[in-house]
Design a protein around this ligand. Structure first.
Ligand SMILES: [Fe+2]
Length: 244
């Protein structure tokens, strides 16, 4: 007949084995969950690629804005999963332009008021496109508000200051910088120095000052290839022409 102490040891071993099995299951579930999220993000990336096929300007723009937004969020101290989400939202920020007619997207001359109205609809359309992904609810908000301005002059809701989600304030900075340094149908690209002067002028007004400072820091990192820009000097610049 087994001693009570042996029974106890056996029970302990079984309990430990069951616990470890549970941990393995939990790890499997976590891995599956991450895999599903990645698959969804890849489908969204497919959508972003579809947009790039339609609008030549966005080629490379989405990825740059995504990468800069992720890095800027990390430099602002956001935990890794949140910085990742801001990066994904940056990648998809213009996805709603899929709903804008090509004739409007590619127009070289100034847009008519009704065309502007269509164009200004894209943040709302974009948020609606990603709305079915519950895990991406915060990302949908970033997409919806990436054209808000800290002084309340943006769209679609005219939010101001901290009422604008931080991720949207971050994406706005990266978006503006990339727009300024890219050729557009209606103007040539600015050089990095001139673009940074625009950011400096807008910091604390249209754009979030902390987000601009962190973005400039991100740009200075050698891997972003713009360490020569002298970003801090640009940030210290006095009042400059208003941002377009
Ligand atoms: Fe946009």
């Amino acid at each position: 007949m087994a001693e009570p102490r042996d029974d106890l040891a056996l029970a302990h071993r079984r309990l430990t084995a069951a616990y470890q099995q549970t941990l393995r299951y939990a790890e499997d579930v976590r891995r599956l969950y991450v895999g599903v999220q990645r698959a969804i993000c890849q489908s969204l990336l497919g959508l972003a690629n579809a947009l790039e096929a339609k609008d030549a300007y966005t080629r490379g723009h989405s990825e740059r804005v995504g990468a800069w937004s992720r890095r800027t969020a990390a430099l602002l101290g956001l935990p890794s999963p949140e910085a990742e989400l801001v990066g994904q939202a940056g990648l998809l920020h213009d996805i709603g332009k899929i709903g804008v007619p090509e004739a409007v997207l590619r127009k070289r001359a100034g847009l008519e008021p009704d065309e502007w109205a269509l164009m200004r609809q894209h943040p709302v359309t974009g948020a609606q496109i990603v709305a079915p992904f519950e895990f991406f609810a915060a990302g949908a908000l970033v997409i919806r508000h990436h054209h808000e301005r800290c002084d309340g002059s943006g769209y679609p809701d005219g939010l101001a200051g901290d009422a604008i989600p931080l991720g949207a304030r971050i994406v706005a900075v990266a978006d503006v910088y990339d727009a300024l340094t890219s050729d557009r149908p209606y103007r040539k690209a600015l050089g990095p120095g001139a673009a940074l002067e625009h950011l400096a002028a807008a910091a604390g007004r249209a754009l979030d000052g902390d987000a601009v400072a962190a973005f400039v820091e991100a740009l200075r990192e050698p891997r972003n290839g713009t360490a020569h820009v002298g970003a801090r000097a640009a940030l210290g610049a006095a009042s400059r022409p208003a941002l377009h």
